[in-house]
Design a protein around this ligand. Structure first.
Ligand code: LMR
Length: 393
């Protein structure tokens, strides 16, 4: 039977991890997978996370199952972190999921259960796994143009034009902040226009919020999500703790659904529980419990926020430095957008051949669409990248 299986296409981002590992050059630079790294190249365990894990180790006296939703306190704390009371709590349902990807997957599953005729709209470009998951679940994918590669900015006229073709009941997947892969984001004014348009079309918004705290700050990065949440009767939110808590391998995420009223929210909750049960029964606990422990303890929370701010500001200064070095190296303002982008990523707008040259000749690894992970740089490697980019132009 298994001989009937066909080889699967490799995930472009994950493939890079192996290629980078296999490269013997000692001065190679990894700007591939979206993992935060400090100036020494380390992905640190955050201080508050370490302290929370200690607290858990000292106090935990059982590892019996918790709830199908995951630990209730985790759900409460995450709803607050993301939505900050912008929606009546009675309209909310949620489950802990293994990472943000788990939330995206189950969110698309739920959308299909609710409306098997839905098309799922994604930005062009988007995170490659979005498209892969939607197709695997069996819903049709449509793309709305998003990025003006020459300007390095959102092509807002194209966004409005394409979203104007959404049909009632279609799912529209939106990046809550720190757009992956482009790094270009809508302004609040633009979000308001998108919301008005999608309401007019009868669309069902689904927000992917994987980088809260990596752009302009924890609250600022949730602003669009909160606006969407309070504007529509029904919304799905898939969020990740991988990046902002640095708990990548522990797989902590959440899927929140907003229903029209409390009665429907109960049914939605039952469906979310069902999805967890069908997929893996209980969601993993360690990462979510760690996050909950941080968020429920005022001093751990304050320390987490402080370290997250250091992380965010570090990426912002790397952005400023890179824009400056690229200006110098290319003798043009072509790459000034790097300083305006937010989050871990920027799409440089290079050709695949140029990306390949950067890898082969300079040992600089980025995704083939020319997405770079800003956090893969440090003060010393920024000029190296800028000179290499100028050399392959
Ligand atoms: C990325 O876009 O690099 C991250 O979200 C990691 C991943 O799983 O692809």
């Amino acid at each position: 039977m298994l001989e009937a299986l066909k080889a699967q296409p490799q995930d472009k981002i994950l493939q890079l991890i192996q290629m980078f590992k296999d490269d013997p050059r000692t001065d190679k630079i990894d700007l591939g997978v979206g993992v935060y790294k400090d100036a020494t190249g380390l992905t640190p365990v955050m201080r508050a996370v370490k302290a929370a894990e200690k607290k858990i180790w000292e106090t935990q006296d059982t590892k019996t199952y918790t709830a199908l939703t995951g630990e209730p306190g985790y759900n409460t704390a995450m709803r607050k972190l993301i939505l900050a009371g912008s929606v009546d709590g009675a309209r909310l349902s949620s489950i802990a999921t293994p990472g943000g990807t788990g939330a995206v997957r189950l969110g698309i599953d739920l959308a299909k259960m609710a409306n098997p005729g839905a098309t799922v709209w994604v930005s062009k470009p988007t995170w490659g796994n979005h498209i892969s998951i939607i197709k695997f679940v069996g819903l049709p994918v449509a793309e709305y143009r998003y990025f003006d590669a020459a300007a390095g900015e959102v092509d807002f006229a194209a966004v409005l034009e394409d979203l104007g073709r959404v049909k009632a009941g279609d799912v529209v997947l939106l990046h809550g902040c720190c757009h992956n892969p482009t790094g270009a984001n809508l302004t609040l004014e633009q979000w308001k226009q998108v919301i008005a348009l999608l309401k007019d079309r009868g669309a069902f918004p689904m927000v992917d919020l994987a980088y809260q705290g990596f752009g302009d700050g924890l609250d600022q990065d949730a602003e669009a999500t909160r606006l969407i949440a309070s504007s529509f009767p029904e919304v799905l939110i898939a969020a990740s703790c991988s990046k902002n808590f640095g708990v990548y391998r522990d797989r902590a995420g959440i899927l929140i659904s907003i229903s029209a009223d409390a009665e429907q929210a109960k049914i939605a909750q039952g469906n979310l529980n069902f999805l967890n049960r069908q997929t893996y029964s209980f969601p993993p606990d360690h990462g979510t419990r760690t996050v909950m422990t941080v968020l429920e303890d005022a001093s751990l929370e304050a320390d987490w926020k402080a370290e997250l701010e250091e992380t965010r500001n570090g990426m912002l200064s790397l952005r400023a430095q890179l824009a400056e070095e690229l200006r110098r190296a290319t003798n043009s303002d072509r790459f000034d957008f790097v300083a305006r982008h937010r989050g871990m990523f920027s799409l440089l707008g290079l050709t695949e051949a140029q990306v390949t040259r950067l890898r082969d000749e300079f040992g600089i690894y980025m995704v083939s669409d020319s997405r770079i992970n800003i956090a893969g740089l440090n003060k010393a490697t920024v000029p190296v990248l800028a000179k290499a980019v100028a050399a392959v132009l």
